[in-house]
Design a protein around this ligand. Structure first.
Ligand code: PDD
Length: 282
């Protein structure tokens, strides 16, 4: 615990212990959730698809009209000292529209963004071996789910609802179509094809999702990015949820019904093997 609060974090140009990292109560991230973030994995000190994460960060900032620009070199200079090269970790990086003089919804005149980064260990997740249960829930989020915004109240409530029903994730649907998980993207094997919902503003363009699609295409999987109805999802022989911190997790039970034979499936095992091999090539 002491280790945790004493670990060094980055805040607005300085490295300091987590326990001393403070932001103003007038920070717009605190008052309005007016900010964006990234979760960037690093394996044994090497960043995983850093440029892709930074490109998505840039896209998120542009979508919320937050003007801030550091290049790859500058981010490497800031983030690298936070890493422990002996561990698998992830960087949490958050940028808000900064501190205003009063609480006002309108943008401040000359915002000075707040930049915060900390590093945490990626802990093994038992669900990879056993698979997890998931619950389908109506997607109650907004129209800009492609933005990795810190405004996550809907995601929090949806995930919590799933947890309280003994599930690890909420699989969200809108107008009869599935979108993604509360904090993950979604893949399903339907009629032998590896499918994932296409990229729209209704989902976050996940980096893990992108890597899986690349590996699938390279290894001649039948793959398709398309609209998936909730009805079709219920016929899937395999379902996976994917994210930077948990990689690929098989869903073995959906709404209390077994997915396939109720065990992580063969396509999952193959893809997980390819993904683990890919990580070693960083
Ligand atoms: N979340 N969709 C949502 C809504 C997410 O929150 C996440 C990841 C993903 C997967 O994206 P990626 O593969 O780039 O991690 C999809 C992170 C891990 C989080 O909020 O902690």
């Amino acid at each position: 615990m002491t280790d945790f609060i004493d670990k060094q974090v980055y805040l607005n140009g300085k490295y300091l212990p987590l326990s001393e990292a403070k932001v103003s109560v007038l920070d717009r991230g605190f008052l309005f959730g007016d900010g964006v973030y990234e979760v960037i994995p690093s394996y044994a000190g090497l960043f995983f698809r850093l440029q892709d994460h930074l490109d998505r960060l840039k896209a998120s900032m542009s979508r919320i009209r937050l003007e801030f620009d550091y290049d790859l070199e500058k981010w490497l200079e800031i983030l690298t000292p936070l890493l422990d090269k002996t561990k698998d970790q992830y960087i949490y990086l958050q940028i808000t529209r900064g501190v205003s003089s009063t609480r006002d919804h309108a943008f401040p005149k000359n915002p000075v963004p707040t930049v915060f980064a900390m590093c945490s260990e990626i802990l093994p997740f038992a669900g990879v071996e056993t698979g997890v249960k998931a619950l389908t829930i109506e997607d109650s989020r907004w129209e800009m789910c492609d933005v990795k915004a810190t405004t996550l109240l809907a995601n929090v409530l949806l995930r919590q609802k799933a947890i309280e029903q003994g599930c690890a994730e909420a699989i969200l649907h809108k107008r009869g179509y599935v979108t993604e998980g509360a904090a993950s993207n979604l893949f399903a094997i339907i009629d032998g094809i590896l499918m994932t919902p296409e990229k729209t503003a209704e989902i976050l363009p996940g980096i893990t999702r992108q890597v899986i699609l690349e590996l699938a295409k390279k290894n001649d999987f039948l793959v398709s990015e398309e609209i998936i109805s909730l009805e079709a999802l219920k016929t899937a022989s395999e379902i996976w949820i994917t994210s930077s911190t948990r990689e690929i997790i098989p869903v073995v039970e959906l709404d209390s019904e077994k997915v396939g034979d109720g065990k992580p499936g063969p396509v999952f095992h193959k893809m997980n093997q390819l993904f683990q091999q890919y990580k070693k090539t960083l």
